[in-house]
Design a protein around this ligand. Structure first.
Ligand code: GTQ
Length: 351
């Protein structure tokens, strides 16, 4: 038998290293943790603090120079490669009146959630989509997309992409379109209008893709969906009145790698503590409140963005006596579910 001191000096360690091999017994605990340990840490990006800097770059950096003018929201635990949480990235993009962000496509799936402004459009595979605050616009992988702004004042939105996953899988592709902007080839906003009825959807498209055919999920419909919920509905004990944006073909998430939700926390809401293997990002649409993440309390306010690492113990609260809080969120739950790795549980807080 070899003792541990002998092991330190055993020349066989260096010999196997030179041969491209390693002793599993020195790696075991890290490779097979008892439970997930996220590289991401909990973090809150303050919209009111970032916004002036975003506008500074809007004044000093042209879209010809920047391609996309975006402040990436990089998790302090995930700088290389940069990500917001595990397989997801979020950023805050600004475009000014008269500007165009040139057409391109990438293998990564993307979507945008509009924060402020009016009069901008994104064209996705030849469909012009009008962007208004609270709208969710999908740019599925390998769809051409460009943005332009005809309105007044800055247009700002939250971007989300799954590039950390796509790059980890070494499946990233990127192409510029042949000209700066696409010409529309179908009527504006047609996909949202055709699918708005939900129970009566165009049946001639036989693709039935895992990617939603809807380009824009307008905020006006989201509000209508909330208004239709019964007054005394209890909702989820952890998430309140939570709605999922769905792919009308499957009833499942809008894209195979990202699920999008919006939730209303009524005044005084105190959520139960829970954890999930999925990692998520929250964006405050309205209101303010707190989230306990692994026993640390974080305040959040209007338009902030919050990183929630996978398997962290979380608890949401809306302490206001009178105001609802509305959160938009996205997560990698569909990836974990597809691979049989999704778990969630109610939990006691530690400590
Ligand atoms: O608007 O197409 O934040 O391609 C990152 C990559 C936005 C976009 C991002 C992108 C875009």
């Amino acid at each position: 038998m070899t003792t541990s001191t002998e092991a330190e000096t055993d020349p066989a360690y260096a010999a196997i290293e030179d041969l491209g091999a390693a002793p599993l017994w020195r790696y075991y605990g890290n490779l097979f943790p008892a439970e997930p340990r996220s590289a991401a840490v909990p973090y809150v990006w303050r919209y009111h603090a970032l916004r002036p800097h975003l506008l500074h770059f809007a004044e000093t950096l042209s879209l010809e120079e920047a391609e996309r003018r975006v402040l990436m929201l990089i998790n302090p635990g995930m700088s290389d490669p940069p990500a917001t949480v595990n397989s997801l990235y979020a950023g805050i993009q600004v475009i000014l009146p008269g500007e165009t962000a040139q057409a391109h496509r990438h293998a990564a799936n993307a979507f945008r959630f509009v924060i402020e402004g009016d009069g901008a459009y994104t064209t996705v595979d030849g469909e012009r989509l009008h962007m208004r605050p609270g709208d969710l616009l999908l740019t599925p992988g390998w769809h051409w997309h460009d943005h332009y702004h005809e309105g007044d004042g800055p247009m700002i939105w939250l971007d989300a992409l799954d590039y950390p996953l796509v790059n980890a899988l070494e499946a990233g592709f990127f192409e510029l379109f042949e000209c700066r902007s696409q010409r529309p080839v179908v009527p504006d906003n047609i996909s949202s209008r055709q699918f708005v009825h939900g129970h009566l959807v165009p049946a001639w498209d036989i693709a039935r893709s895992e990617v939603s055919p809807i380009g824009n999920y307008p905020w006006a419909q989201t509000e209508r969906a909330f208004d239709a919920i019964a007054e005394d509905a209890e909702g989820s004990q952890v998430d309140g009145i939570v709605l999922e944006y769905t792919n009308p073909w499957t009833g499942g998430p809008v894209m195979p790698t990202m699920s999008c939700r919006v939730q209303r926390l009524p005044p005084g809401f105190r959520g139960a503590a829970f954890r999930r293997t999925a990692s998520s990002v929250l964006h405050v649409v309205r209101g303010s409140g707190t989230i306990l993440i692994d026993d640390e309390r974080y305040d959040w306010h209007d338009r902030d963005v919050i990183a929630v690492p996978g398997w962290a113990i979380c608890e949401l609260r809306n302490p206001s006596a009178t105001e609802d809080a509305i959160l938009f969120s996205f997560s990698n739950e569909p990836v974990l579910r597809a691979l049989g790795l999704y778990r969630e549980e109610l939990t006691e807080r530690q400590g």
